[in-house]
Design a protein around this ligand. Structure first.
Ligand code: GDP
Length: 434
């Protein structure tokens, strides 16, 4: 999918516009502890166009000076995006910082669309003329708070979208990626996978715009390791920025069926681990939790149980994810991963027959009656699976407002108890039957 990036100095309203464009995708993000709410990257669509969008303003640059942050954000946009939206604030006119951004953007051949935000009504249009001086042609007036002008802006951006077809490896090929903080052992694990003498590594690595995929075969099953954080080309200055590596990881997650979230067993669980795991969960991918560097952990026969418990407590939103312990350096237990990856891949693509599904739902309702509100009771008429990867179920009811989060969770658990969905999130959508 094409990538659209929003750049501009702080306080021009980038996040508001980002949220507007991303739309309801953000509001359906579950409010669960540990799942991050600051979104800097999301899929979005406009008319027939599907794309990914980055809010570079959300990329945390730490303590860098102001102008340096703006410069780095603009450079990330130039590197990562196919089309750049350069945002300014119509109420403040062109500022020195805007000119700084412009100067960096002159260096790219990528299309730049200039947006002037906070033009909340037509009387304010003349405030826009100033912005021609930035040298990016016609500025597009928008209002983030009123949601005006976005259609025209996105039409213009979409004109410049390139054809970015992803490599098609075929249906039965398992695409997986490894994500985690720096130094947890991602590259070492990849090497451990590919270094197994029974593995047949393809000669030709698939190359996408920003990653090198590693296709290989093991016991007649084909796999592709998606290189998420540029693991093979470390060392670019800004890759040291944690948020930036998250951005790379997010794009890798999107192309994967199964995501291995790697935790450093030696250091233990950190906040950032939960954040990274949250992205895999939100993306609806199969997820496996892997505690690596297990060799470096001082342990007795109880340690594995204790660690499992600790991981469960810290990653409650991933209660469906299997947990494995590995050592990339000694190679111990690494071979346990592939069978689990295979299983999670199958579960993620599982289809349940409607007749069996509806038996499970009626049985669930019989055990635990549907919620009522102000004398009205939720009635469930029918459920059906509408998608795989992840398995997605639509439940047709009388009044969707009567469905509570807790009841949805109960239905999900009943479905999980009946079918083998280990490792995959499942989604339930409640709809009114016409
Ligand atoms: P990445 O940044 O996540 O790709 O991490 P690397 O694979 O580069 O590993 C970072 C460091 O941890 C290297 O020095 C590795 O040798 C070391 N390391 C990786 N896996 C293990 C492991 O299982 N056990 C131990 N003791 N060290 C490991």
């Amino acid at each position: 999918k094409p990538v659209l990036a929003i750049v501009g100095r702080p306080n021009v309203g980038k996040s508001t516009i980002f949220n507007r464009i991303v739309g309801e995708r953000v509001s359906i993000v579950e409010d669960i502890p540990g799942v991050t709410r600051d979104r800097i990257y999301s899929s979005a669509d406009w008319l027939t166009h599907e794309f990914n969008i980055i809010d570079t303003g959300g990329i945390d640059m730490g303590d860098e000076p102001f102008l340096e942050q703006i410069r780095q954000q603009a450079e990330i946009a130039i590197d990562e995006a196919d089309v750049i939206i350069f945002m300014t604030n119509g109420r403040e006119g062109v500022t020195t910082a805007d000119e700084q951004v412009a100067r960096i953007l002159y260096k790219t051949k990528k299309p730049v669309v200039l947006a002037v935000n906070k033009i909340d009504n037509p009387d304010m249009r003349e405030m826009m003329y100033d912005f021609y001086s930035l040298g990016f042609g016609d500025p597009f007036p928008i209002s983030g708070s009123h949601g005006l002008g976005l259609g025209d802006l996105l039409d213009e951006a979409a004109k410049h979208f390139p054809d970015t077809e992803d490599i098609d490896y075929g249906e039965g090929v398992i695409k997986f990626s490894l994500i985690g903080r720096p130094n947890v052992g991602k590259s070492s694990l990849v090497n451990a996978f590919l270094g197994d003498e029974r593995v047949i590594v393809s000669d030709v690595a698939g190359t996408t715009r920003d990653a090198i995929d590693s296709p290989y075969t093991f016991e007649d099953q084909e796999y592709v390791i998606i290189d998420t954080a540029g693991m093979r080309k470390k060392g670019k200055v800004y890759e040291s920025t944690e948020k930036y590596s998250v951005l790379r990881a997010l794009r890798g997650i999107e192309r994967s069926d199964v995501v291995l979230v790697i935790i450093n067993g030696e250091e233990g669980i950190q906040e950032q681990d939960k954040k990274i795991a949250g992205y895999a969960h939100q993306a609806g991918k199969g997820v496996i939790l892997v505690m690596n560097k297990w060799d470096a952990v001082i342990k007795d026969e109880k340690t594995m149980n204790e660690k499992t418990k600790e991981i469960r407590e810290n990653f409650q939103f991933l209660d469906y994810a299997p947990i494995l312990f590995t050592s990339a350096t000694t190679g111990k237990r690494v071979h346990n991963l592939l069978p689990v990856i295979n299983r999670v891949f199958d579960n993620h693509a599982m289809r349940i027959q409607s007749s069996i599904l509806n038996e499970v739902i009626s049985d669930a309702v019989a055990r635990n009656p549907a919620p009522t509100d102000k004398g009205r009771r939720l009635r469930i008429y029918y459920a059906t699976q509408v998608a795989i990867k992840p398995p997605t179920f639509v439940v047709f009811v009388n009044e969707p407002e009567l469905m509570h989060f807790s009841y949805e969770r109960f239905l999900e658990n009943r479905i999980r108890d009946t079918f083998e969905f280990e490792g995959t999130p499942i989604r339930i959508i409640t709809r009114a039957r016409d």
